[in-house]
Design a protein around this ligand. Structure first.
Ligand code: ATP
Length: 298
């Protein structure tokens, strides 16, 4: 018997970043949107905890206990007082180290898959607490849809969202999220960084489902830092906007870039132009919001 959980990637349609606290963490006000780019994690009983991974970026995924899916199994097993005797197979389609929360997605998926496999029926609120222990983006991967995240991004409030179409341009190589935050600190040193707050204009545009309203409301406080570390992303932006995208923004800490488009036809056109431009490694089209981690029928 095995359990497979499907889990979406995310894009931050707003990412407000405050100044680093004494403990080094940055307060965030971020609006997450789950998009239809999915990983699948399958949990199967095994003698001991093992991880395998397939997919275009599989060689970049650690298969040891640092994999967030493995950590999720360990954390849940410890809480339940059982052995993490499970094999986790990750079918990976979310770009690795791309700012789309791929590792976090696998953590949430493994948690739900193991909870189901072991028949634990852990209450949802406790699963969300375990997710927050694993990482700031993990609770949203479980929740899905659209949500405002505060604190480190882990304190979630669902928000209304119409459906939107996106093209994601996957860059060559990843960007380390801590490195992007360090660059943010360097760029903002000596300035006053305001407390991050959800943008009322962004939330209204998201709820309206109107991409022409959403386009000017998108924002990412880490974008300058990502562009500073990867100046070539400006060329990717130009290629997507030149092909008719309504807006471009760095996805999370990057280097994946997200292009808002009006419809599927627009998505295909922008994706083709981006691929032809040679300014990215590959593209993915997706729409959202979509549900969070979900157990697939056996
Ligand atoms: P975020 O958007 O949450 O900042 P990200 O999308 O930029 O994350 P990930 O794809 O989660 O980045 O990968 C970041 C690093 O995490 C990888 O370089 C890898 O070493 C490690 N990692 C651990 N578990 C996983 C996993 N299951 N899938 C991918 N990477 C993982």
């Amino acid at each position: 018997m095995s359990v497979t959980v499907r889990v979406p990637a995310k894009v931050n349609v707003q990412l407000g970043v405050g100044a680093a606290r004494p403990d080094g963490f940055h307060p965030l006000a971020t609006v997450f949107l789950a998009v239809s780019l999915f990983d699948e994690v399958t949990a199967t009983p095994a003698a001991e905890l093992t991880v395998t991974c397939e997919g275009p970026d599989a060689d970049q995924v650690p298969l040891d206990r640092t994999n967030l899916a493995a950590r999720a199994a360990e954390v849940l097993a410890a809480r339940a007082g059982v052995e993490p005797a499970v094999h986790l197979h990750i079918a990976k389609n979310i770009p690795v180290a791309g700012g789309m929360a791929g590792g976090s997605a696998d953590g949430a998926a493994a948690l739900l898959a193991c909870d189901t496999l072991w028949g634990l029926d852990t209450p949802r609120t406790e699963l969300l607490d375990l997710c927050a222990e694993l990482g700031s983006d993990v609770p949203f991967s479980l929740l899905g849809g659209a949500a405002l995240g505060t604190g480190r991004g882990e304190l979630l409030t669902p928000v209304d969202a119409g459906s939107f179409h996106w093209v994601f341009a996957v860059a060559d190589g990843g960007l380390s999220t801590p490195a992007v935050f360090r660059e943010f600190d360097r760029l903002t040193a000596g300035t006053t960084v305001p407390e991050p707050e959800a943008s009322p204009a962004l939330l209204a545009a998201l709820a309206s489902g109107d991409p022409d309203r959403l386009a000017p409301a998108l924002s990412n406080g880490l974008q300058a830092a990502s562009l500073s570390l990867r100046p070539a992303l400006a060329d990717t932006f130009a290629a997507g906007i030149g092909a008719g995208a309504l807006a471009a923004l760095v996805s999370g800490s990057g280097p994946t870039t997200a292009f808002l488009v009006r419809d599927e036809e627009g998505a295909a056109k922008v994706a083709a132009a981006l691929e032809a431009s040679g300014t990215c490694r590959t593209t993915r089209t997706a729409s959202g919001p979509v549900p969070g981690a979900t157990v697939l029928p056996a």
